[in-house]
Design a protein around this ligand. Structure first.
Ligand code: NAD
Ligand code: IPM
Ligand code: MN
Length: 357
């Protein structure tokens, strides 16, 4: 049966990188019997400009109805001074929350061809393969109360609430343990249990669940140390599980181990593996509209969509192999460019992946 994919290009480089992923999917429709129908709609600043909100209710409904969503990125200078309730990022957060996409998988995997593209020494990153499991619909991103208020003395006070309920921690913990079982059977839970009660409880819950996965070796690490260990010795990690904000920060850090933030794909899944797929980076307003962005994180996110939601592991592997071939050919976008390689544009990179399929 035909599966429906909602494409939400968004802002900045979003439309450029999404177009390349769509090219790749269209090629698989032509040549490999991929049975999908794609429909496009607005999100972020692009939606605000038309509807006055960063995600129209009709678009939200389309996302619910679709089998999967592929999103580019949202945000940009133009919308930075809007009220926080209608900023582009709110469109993305609404999609995540209403679709209950609590499990964000961000695989930081180094293609061997890019070992020297990383800012770290090649021997530190060679063979790197980390999966960051980030809780995506709770924590300080969504906790209440939140806001900016004026105190009696007239000064303003900004406040957010860092909160997790037991069930929220348990469900993300199970995702992480199960992922570890399929990989290196090592799980590092990242918290700030020495200071924050919410993560003290997080740590307790991880330990309570651990006996259900006796084969998985579990350790706990404070987030500040984890940030340091990621650049000291990143290969000590297999699966990392953490809350929403720590996961946001650590995944950007981990992306640089793979050469560029333009290489970090992501899947955001609900309890039935229905999902939204998007690169981990943003709308890169500094290079938007210049056909310079690296589309590979988005193309790899489309591969994750084939793997996790559309049941086509074969085609996911096919895309990943094609990317590897293109890197073998020495083709590089600016962010991963090195001496002796051939610099290509965003669309040339997409064309090269299509040709390599
Ligand atoms: P960013 O990830 O957009 O950019 C950070 C740096 O990385 C920039 O120098 C950019 O040029 C570079 N970069 C990012 N993606 C790249 C790619 N594919 N190829 C080459 N270079 C790339 O982060 P930022 O500058 O902090 O945020 C810009 C806007 O994006 C903000 O509005 C932010 O809220 C939004 N944002 C959106 C998402 C999302 O939609 N998921 C994620 C992060 C940030
Ligand atoms: C990401 C982004 C988002 C986040 C923003 C744009 C809301 O940084 O997907 O990593 O913080 O989750
Ligand atoms: Mn982020």
């Amino acid at each position: 049966m035909t599966k429906n994919v909602l494409i939400l290009p968004g802002d900045g480089i979003g439309p450029e990188i999404t177009a390349e992923a769509v090219k790749v999917l269209n090629k698989l429709v032509e040549t490999d019997g991929l049975d999908i129908a794609m429909e496009e709609d607005l999100v972020g600043g692009a939606a605000y400009d038309v509807h006055g909100v960063p995600l129209a209710d009709e678009t939200m409904q389309k996302a619910h109805d679709a089998d999967a969503v592929l999103l580019g990125a949202v945000g940009g200078y133009k919308w930075e001074s809007l009220d926080i309730s209608v900023r582009p990022e709110k469109g993305l957060l609404r999609l995540r929350k209403e679709m209950e996409l609590f499990a964000n998988l961000r695989p930081a995997m180094l293609f061997p061809q890019l070992a020297s593209a990383s800012t770290l020494k090649p021997e530190i990153v060679a063979g790197l393969d980390i999966l960051i499991v980030r809780e995506l619909t709770g924590g300080i991103y969504f906790g209440q109360p939140r806001g900016i208020r004026t105190l009696e003395n007239g000064e303003r006070q900004g406040y957010n609430t860092y909160v997790y309920s037991e069930s929220e921690v348990k469900r993300i913990a199970h995702v992480a343990f199960q992922a570890a079982m399929k990989r290196g059977k090592k799980l590092t839970s990242v918290d700030k249990a020495n200071v924050l009660e919410v993560t003290e409880m997080w740590r307790e819950i991880i330990d309570e669940i651990a006996p259900e996965y006796p084969e998985v070796e579990v350790n706990h690490m404070y987030v500040d140390n984890a940030a340091m260990q990621l650049v000291l010795n990143p290969k000590q990690f297999d699966v990392m599980v953490t809350g929403n904000m720590f996961g946001d920060i650590l995944s950007d850090e981990a992306s640089m181990l793979t050469g560029s933030i333009g290489m970090l794909a992501s899947a955001s899944l609900d309890k039935n593996n229905k999902g939204m797929y998007e690169p981990s980076h943003g709308s890169a307003p500094d290079i938007a509209g210049q056909n310079k962005a690296n589309p590979l994180a988005t193309i790899m996110s489309a591969a994750m969509m084939l793997r996790y939601t559309l049941g086509r592991e074969d085609l996911a592997v096919k895309i990943e192999d094609a990317i590897s071939k293109v890197l073998d050919q020495g083709l590089r976008t600016g962010d991963i460019m090195e001496d002796g390689m051939t610099q290509v544009t965003c669309s040339e990179m997409g064309d090269a992946v299509v040709a390599a399929l």
